[in-house]
Each structure stands twice: as structure tokens, then as C-alpha cells.
Design a protein around this ligand. Structure first.
Ligand SMILES: C[S@@+](CC[C@H](N)C(=O)[O-])C[C@H]1O[C@@H](n2cnc3c(N)ncnc32)[C@H](O)[C@@H]1O
Length: 282
């Protein structure tokens, strides 16, 4: 009995050490910090990935992850550990403010607008931006470019396809739903698909925020980087903010998630209230 308990303890210690190495790889590759408090989440998500690969223990998985399939497997690993919760018109005041700001710029004779949804998840944020601008009279959609990026290839697949269950479209007004989405014929869950009018405004790409500098040259008028900094630590947040500041034009707008503050992390932005910032000029 004692021997059995000792064997179990040894296995647990070994799992802990291996999990720690996997956590470290996730942190190095993506900036995502998976603390001990995320143990249950990590093991259950990792378990699903290992099951798919027919791998039964963490050491074997670590070998696979650091072996010749490592590069591809790292992408899959980051897919499974990232949290992708999002919704249409989430934190709705940002879209109302976006409308006002663009209207103001339009009055000042600006006609082209570039907006970046960094960490766009399954696309709801980018489509919400597109609908907001489409609803504005006098804005020529061909002059609006929305870049939408994420680390996870899984969510980007959904985003590009633009198909959502009826349940997921709750945040969209019925008028906009009719105008910008088509019913997917034959779907059991009354799925809808974003139409070409809003799809054409958005380019979806994989971009890992941890790989600085980013390949775009900017400048963006507005950047949404919402509900992703919560997964990072302050030293990485500071670098991320410096890079975002480089890519936003002076007086451009920067939106973070409601629970994310950049105070004390960046001198490049002026706060306009919780989760809304302006890039300082000069
Ligand atoms: C909770 S979702 C937020 C989605 C959307 N911005 C919103 O606020 O509703 C967080 C997203 O960040 C992405 N993410 C996490 N780490 C990332 C990184 N290093 N680079 C790019 N995206 C990342 C995840 O894949 C996930 O889709």
C-alpha cells in the first residue's frame, strides 16, 4: 500500500514538472501566463489534445511538442490553451464611440479609415466594427479597411467563414441581422452567415502578439485590443503597448477590455476614461 502511494506521488511530481515545462513553452511562444490556478483548465484542454494524438501521458506529449513536429504542434497547443470568449457588440459603448469618432474625422475631411482588431477571436468584434461603419451614411465602404488578427488558427477559421448560430447573434439588432447576414440553408440551429458587404471590409490573418515587431506598417486610426492583455504579465504588456503605440497614428483611438487598464504601463496614451485611450501626438 505504501509502495503504491509512493509510486502515485512520484508520477504526480513528474506530471507537475512536465506540465511546468509545457506552461513555460506556452508563455515563451505567446505571452499567455497559465498560473497554478489554471491547472484544471490546462489539464482538461491538454487532455483533449493528447486524446486526439493518442498520447496518454504528459512526458510523451512534451517529447512530441519538442520533437520534429514541434512547430506545428505549438500552434495546435496555443489553439487549445487560449480562451476565445467573445460576442457581437461586446462592451457596446466602444462601438458607439467609434461611430462618433469616425463621424468627426469624416467632418474633418478624412475619407479613409484603417482599424485593427488585435486578438479578434471568432470574428464578432471585427464584424461589429464593419457593421458600425456600414451603418454610417457617407462612409464609402471601399475606403474602410479592417485588419483582424489572432493567434489561434481554429478561431480564425470560424471568423473567415463568418457562420454563427442564432444564439451567438443576440447582440445584433434584428434590423442589422437582416441587412448583413444570410440564413444558412439546411442548418439545424438556424445558423446565419455574414454577407459579402461586411466580409469584404475585413482581412483575417494569424498574428502572434508575442512576436514583436509586427509585420504591418500602420498607421491605424483605431486599434481594438480587448480582453487579451488579461492573459499576459506586465513586462509583456509594456512591450505590446509600445508596439501598438508605434502603429497608431497620433490622436488615434485605442480600446482595451473593460477589466484591463494600461495606467502605469505606457506613456504613449492619454486616458479618456476606463478602457478608452488616445495616442499622444508627438
Ligand atoms: C477572450 S478573446 C477576446 C476576443 C475579443 N477581442 C473580445 O474582446 O471579445 C482572447 C483572444 O486572444 C487571443 N490571443 C491570446 N494570446 C494571443 C497572442 N499572443 N497573440 C494573438 N492573439 C492572442 C486568443 O486566441 C483569443 O481569441
Amino acid at each position: 500500500m505504501i509502495l503504491f502511494a509512493l509510486v502515485i506521488k512520484k508520477e504526480r511530481d513528474m506530471d507537475k514538472r512536465v506540465l511546468e515545462k509545457i506552461r513555460k513553452i506556452v508563455h515563451e511562444k505567446s505571452g499567455i501566463s497559465l498560473g497554478e490556478n489554471k491547472n484544471v483548465l490546462v489539464t482538461s484542454r491538454l487532455g483533449k489534445r493528447m486524446k486526439l494524438l493518442d498520447i496518454t501521458d504528459y512526458s510523451e506529449y512534451l517529447k512530441y511538442l519538442t520533437g520534429e513536429n514541434g512547430e506545428d504542434e505549438t500552434i495546435k497547443l496555443l489553439d487549445v490553451v487560449s480562451t476565445n470568449v467573445t460576442s457581437f457588440f461586446r462592451e457596446g459603448e466602444h462601438f458607439e464611440l467609434l461611430r462618433k469618432v469616425v463621424l468627426n474625422w469624416k467632418k474633418n475631411r478624412q475619407s479613409r479609415f484603417r482599424i485593427w482588431s488585435a486578438a479578434c477571436s471568432t470574428g464578432e468584434e471585427a464584424y461589429s466594427i464593419a457593421m458600425t461603419l456600414c451603418e454610417m451614411a457617407d462612409i464609402y465602404q471601399g475606403n474602410v479597411k479592417i485588419l483582424a488578427t489572432d493567434l489561434s488558427t481554429d478561431v480564425l477559421g470560424t471568423a473567415k467563414e463568418g457562420i454563427y448560430s442564432k444564439e451567438k447573434t443576440k447582440g445584433i439588432s434584428s434590423q442589422m441581422l437582416t441587412k448583413y447576414f444570410n440564413t444558412v440553408r439546411g442548418s439545424e440551429d438556424n445558423d446565419v452567415q455574414a454577407n459579402d458587404q461586411i466580409k469584404k471590409m475585413i482581412s483575417f490573418y494569424r498574428l502572434n502578439l508575442a512576436e514583436i515587431p509586427y509585420p504591418m506598417s500602420g498607421p491605424f486610426d483605431v486599434v481594438f485590443c480587448r480582453n487579451v492583455m488579461i492573459y499576459f504579465q506586465n513586462d509583456f504588456r509594456e512591450k505590446l503597448l509600445r508596439e501598438i503605440a508605434r502603429l497608431i497614428r497620433p490622436d488615434g483611438y485605442f480600446f482595451t477590455g473593460h477589466s484591463e487598464s494600461i495606467i502605469n504601463l505606457s506613456d504613449d496614451f492619454k486616458s479618456l476614461g476606463p478602457s478608452v485611450y488616445i495616442k499622444k501626438a508627438g
